[in-house]
Design a protein around this ligand. Structure first.
Ligand code: HEM
Length: 158
């Protein structure tokens, strides 16, 4: 298992790059630009299409992160009991991020697609507003977990 550690950490960090980087681009770059330039029908249709293309990649990440994470925990630390504090924090906050994503996918995103297809723009707008808040929370959590996992481990005791 130890010999596969380089593979696990690589897949783990690539998943983080795709998921957190994608959220950063969506929230910080695309969101204000679309709000400024597009009327609700075009904007809501754009977001339904953007999420439909982004979320399959997030599914890969939310499966790969815990799988590779637990493989590393058992391979390198011999189980949860031997894992340092930064790994416990990552596990807790990472699980919270995954639960938030699952909610976004199965509740407001599903409704957004339905309401956009029905051209029910006010209700579709409410779904997008919910997604915006939840993805904003997940983006902040994701950035915090990266800080804890990479830099924070030198600050907090094991
Ligand atoms: C969901 C459960 C997760 C588990 C069980 C987990 C577990 C782990 C483990 C065991 C390591 C290797 C630590 C080491 O060898 O020192 C690691 C590395 C890392 N994890 Fe996670 N992780 C999870 C989720 C996440 C999430 C959601 C993020 C970011 C949003 C993340 C970001 C990172 C980063 C950036 C590293 C590399 C740290 C470095 O080597 O500098 N992890 N993770």
């Amino acid at each position: 298992m130890q010999t596969l550690h380089p593979l696990f950490i690589t897949l783990h960090v690539l998943s983080v790059v795709v998921w957190v980087g994608g959220m950063f681009f969506a929230w910080v770059v695309l969101r204000p630009t679309a709000a400024q330039q597009l009327e609700p029908p075009a904007r809501l249709t754009l977001w339904a299409g953007v999420f439909a293309r982004f979320f399959p990649w997030v599914w890969v990440a939310v499966v790969a992160l815990p799988v590779t994470g637990y493989l590393m925990i058992f391979g390198r630390f011999g189980g949860m009991g031997g894992a340092p504090l930064y790994v416990h924090l990552m596990n807790g906050l990472g699980t919270l991020m995954i639960l938030i994503y699952l909610h976004v996918n199965f509740a407001p995103f599903r409704r957004l697609r339905r309401e956009v297809a029905a051209q029910n723009w006010p209700v579709a707008g409410k779904q997008l507003a919910q997604i915006r808040v939840l993805v904003g929370v997940n983006l902040l959590l994701g950035l915090a977990v990266v800080a804890i996992a990479s830099g924070g481990r030198f600050l907090v005791p094991g």
